[in-house]
Design a protein. Structure first.
Length: 298
């Protein structure tokens, strides 16, 4: 996985390099202009950028990337406690945000969700990890968070069947699928509490292994239904867990620090779609995304 990391603080760049150099192909930049030049000459799987940068700040950097047609997913970091900054960059297509200071292992868990994965549909079907029935509308998934990228690639491929889907639609939908499907696996099927997740990340344990071992001890599945028409796409995700009280999730706008782990998936989803509704039990979520009529249709 190729990552461009942009931060004007040398100590933070060095820390990122030391932590991730053996796991990912990391390129560093110290300001927005340097990052833009590097981005124009190279292809990356993910860009991680601080907002406060010299020469060209993070928002200007992102705006120029998008104006040039570069749709690389990006994650932003800010030391500003004003959550409005993060909201603004979400409207530009950010996949996540982190407030300084943050733990590298927490950042790692977010990066891993966007790691590229080759999708072998034959293998997924033959192994029983994906079961498709009722045409292309209903899918059953074996809950494995390490397979999240493959599952997202498969679901995205189904959405590509719509002639109305634009590149902007696919980016937004992919972000939401990552968040809500991960929630269904780690919190729904595995039953991992937010406190357990925080403890695991703070202990620098392999969180993905922890979740999948929990899932392996159950006979539960995750179900996804896709409904597409000329207006938009509706996605329903249901797990066989005990559910949760949606009202208990902290509001990230009122308390951003509480959402470094807890509730950020719901927040990210709301920033990228038109509507999201949970059932009373909290183990089924339905979201709707209107097609972007002004986007670049494939």
């Amino acid at each position: 996985m190729k990552i461009l990391f942009v931060d004007d603080e040398e100590t933070i760049r060095e820390l990122f390099w030391e932590y991730f150099k053996d796991e990912f192909n990391v390129t560093l930049a110290s300001d927005g202009m340097e990052a833009l030049e590097i981005s124009n000459q190279n292809t990356f799987d993910l860009i991680i950028s601080d907002i406060s940068l010299p020469k060209l700040n993070g928002i200007q950097f992102i705006q120029k990337l998008r104006a040039d047609g570069n749709q690389t997913p990006f994650l932003v970091i800010t030391g500003d406690s004003d959550i409005q900054i993060a909201i603004d960059v979400f409207r530009m297509g950010a996949v996540d945000f982190f407030l300084k200071p943050f733990r590298m292992e927490a950042l790692r868990s977010r990066i891993k969700k966007f790691e590229n994965a080759d999708i072998d549909l034959t293998l997924l079907f033959n192994s029983g990890e994906i079961t498709q029935f009722s045409g292309d509308c209903k899918i059953k998934l074996k809950p494995q968070i390490k397979k999240l990228n493959s599952y997202i690639a498969f679901l995205t491929k189904q959405i590509l069947n719509s002639p109305h889907a634009s590149s902007e639609d696919l980016i937004s939908i992919k972000i939401v699928l990552y968040e809500l499907l991960a929630n269904a696996i780690e919190h729904g099927v595995a039953g991992v509490s937010y406190a357990e997740k925080q403890e695991c990340l703070e202990s620098n344990l392999d969180y993905f292994k922890f979740v999948d071992e929990r899932c392996a001890d159950t006979n539960s599945s995750v179900f996804v239904e896709l409904l597409m028409d000329d207006v938009g796409v509706t996605v329903v995700i249901r797990d066989e867990g005990n559910g949760f009280a949606v009202s208990s999730i902290p509001n990230p706008i009122e308390n951003p620090s509480a959402n470094l782990v807890s509730g950020r998936g719901i927040f990210l989803a709301k920033m990228n779609i038109d509507s999201i509704v949970y059932n009373e039990k909290g183990n089924e979520v339905r979201f709707f995304k209107t097609w972007n009529r002004f986007g670049n249709v494939r």
